[in-house]
Design a protein around this ligand. Structure first.
Ligand SMILES: Cc1cc2nc3c(=O)[nH]c(=O)nc-3n(C[C@H](O)[C@H](O)[C@H](O)COP(=O)(O)O)c2cc1C
Length: 257
């Protein structure tokens, strides 16, 4: 049996969470990064004797549209699948529901879902350092619960998860990374931008209309040459303080027979 780890993780929090969860199973792992623009994902097809974990971060309580576009190219024949939505301690609203609907359309059989708190990738002062040691133990335990349930019966259905249809509206955030004088135009950010929003021939620019504010360019720049405007970030952080400050718990939703 093969375990496929399918994730969109611009700054690594989702990847880390999915990897921790995957340690529950002693299976051969196949990593599928769905953040590569222009990649043809339609070659991915999964069968019922494999297991999948699909992880995405919550952007405004929704699944990032790039991840949806790439997932929709894949196909599956009833592959037992666990969903993971990570979020920066505010809320994940319709993220799991949208992910479930999308994955089911592709033929995945959703048996469980986890909402996991991870450091906020825009406002790092919220959920700083999460998943921390305690989260890691908790996620492994959630994995064990899923594994035990699956070992008794693979024909689970009836998964109830939070969220509403129509999904909440999300039109992006007005925070777009800019470069400073330390940019050497090395092009690493341009080659790894999931939205093709950084011109490869002029990597000190950002195409704001394409940028999804995922923060990958800021997190990977070797010269710390990309950042957000503090003038915009400070008031936005103040606004989020109340909703983001009290630590939230990781949650498991599991299907029944
Ligand atoms: C554009 C954007 C929108 C976000 N919206 C939310 C949100 O609505 N609620 C929340 O709790 N966290 C939100 N976050 C935080 C991320 O969901 C969280 O940091 C996630 O772990 C990032 O995943 P990654 O490290 O795999 O990139 C947002 C982050 C970004 C970049």
């Amino acid at each position: 049996m093969k375990l496929n780890l399918i994730y969109f993780s611009p700054t690594g929090g989702t990847k880390k969470t999915v990897e921790i969860l995957s340690n529950t199973w002693d299976l051969e792992k196949n990593i599928i990064d769905i953040s590569i623009p222009d990649k043809n994902y339609s070659t991915y097809s999964f069968s019922s004797d494999e297991l999948c974990i699909i992880g995405v971060p919550s952007f405004g309580g929704r699944v990032p549209s790039v991840a949806i576009d790439h997932l929709k190219q894949m196909s599956s024949c009833n592959t037992p699948t666990i969903l993971v939505a990570t979020y920066g301690n505010r809320d994940y609203e319709d993220t799991l529901l949208e992910l479930k609907d999308t994955a089911e359309e592709c033929g995945f059989k959703i048996v469980a879902a986890i909402a996991a708190v991870t450091e906020h990738s825009i406002m790092n002062q919220f959920a700083t350092g999460r998943p921390n040691e305690e989260d890691c133990c908790e996620i492994l335990n959630l994995g064990k619960t899923i594994k035990d349930t699956l070992s008794k019966n693979l024909n689970l259905s009836n998964l109830k998860i939070p969220g509403n249809r129509p999904y909440r509206e999300y039109n992006g955030v007005p925070l777009k990374p800019k470069t400073n004088k330390y940019c050497h135009k090395c092009g690493i950010c341009a080659s790894l931008c999931p939205a093709n929003a950084i011109p490869k021939d002029n990597p000190n620019k950002t195409e704001n209309t394409l940028c999804i504010s995922c923060m990958r360019c800021i997190s990977i720049c070797p010269n710390s040459a990309r950042s957000l405007s503090k003038l915009l970030l400070l008031p936005a952080s103040q606004k989020m303080k109340k909703a983001c400050s009290t630590p939230k718990k990781n949650e498991l939703f599991i299907a029944t027979i």
